[in-house]
Design a binder for this molecule. Structure first.
Ligand SMILES: Nc1ncnc2c1ncn2[C@@H]1O[C@H](COP(=O)(O)OP(=O)(O)OP(=O)(O)O)[C@@H](O)[C@H]1O
Length: 220
């Protein structure tokens, strides 16, 4: 199992209730999962834990058999530069780097740069004309596509995405999803995607719903 999560329990300081109580699920290579839930239900909290950006009070997150919960900042950051990629709502592009350099940045740092795959992403995400520009010279939707290309360029084992198509029109959104599913299929990655859109959720192989601090499968 690529990812095996169990017993995630967390309460933010100053809160009277747990945001998560015993959350658990598995994610295999080639699998795609959509996580839905009301605003404030704890979806971003789960994503942050899976990305080792934050640590739950209790629980285990086995990534390829190793618990990432106790990881110190440095190995956690190394994991995010090599095997776990994030597409969050804040794009975090580097303002001093061109679009091309932003896209290649993490793949280079993680020594996973593949020029052919990067070119495919640039072409299919409609970024070819923009590669020499800087982030401030492109639109919000274009910045989002650059952030997605940067994450996919790494060919991550695990792709974590928070509303990845939030700023995109229908055509761009469909293309982004197509590329994510292609990565999952071709590279044997796994996709964990947070979304409010039932339409997007339905395109994933499985759906999970977060409510009252616990996760339940939807459908099937
Ligand atoms: N750093 C924090 N300190 C205290 N409370 C927090 C903190 N971060 C999140 N929370 C609270 O935890 C709950 C879950 O937040 P979270 O951002 O995970 O929800 P979400 O499901 O991602 O919401 P949305 O769909 O609106 O993005 C909310 O009630 C939020 O106010």
């Amino acid at each position: 199992m690529l990812l095996s999560v169990s017993g995630l329990t967390h309460r933010y300081p100053g809160q009277s209730r747990n945001v998560l109580t015993g959350v658990g699920f598995d994610l295999a290579r080639g699998d795609s999962v959509a996580l839905t839930g009301e605003s404030g239900s704890g979806k971003s909290t789960v994503l942050h834990f899976l990305a080792a950006l934050d640590r739950p009070d209790q629980g285990r997150i086995l990534f390829d058999g190793h618990d990432i919960v106790p990881l110190a900042d440095k190995p956690a950051a190394a994991l995010r530069r090599s095997r776990i990629a994030l597409v969050f709502q804040q794009f975090n592009l580097v303002p001093a780097l061109t679009v091309a350099d932003n896209i290649a940045l993490h793949a280079h740092l993680g020594q996973r740069f593949d020029p052919e795959w990067t070119q495919t992403l640039i072409r299919q995400l409609g970024l070819a004309e923009l590669v020499t520009r800087y982030p401030e010279q492109i639109s919000g939707g274009q910045q989002q596509r650059v952030a997605i290309a940067r994450a996919l360029a790494l060919r991550p084992d695990l792709l974590l995405a928070d509303e990845p198509t939030g700023n995109l029109d229908e055509t761009a959104s469909a293309e982004v999803l197509r590329l994510m599913f292609r990565l999952v299929a071709e590279a044997g990655s796994a996709l964990f995607l947070v979304t409010h859109s039932q339409n997007i959720a339905r395109q994933c192989a499985r759906r999970l719903h977060l409510s009252g601090g616990t996760i339940r499968p939807v459908g099937s």
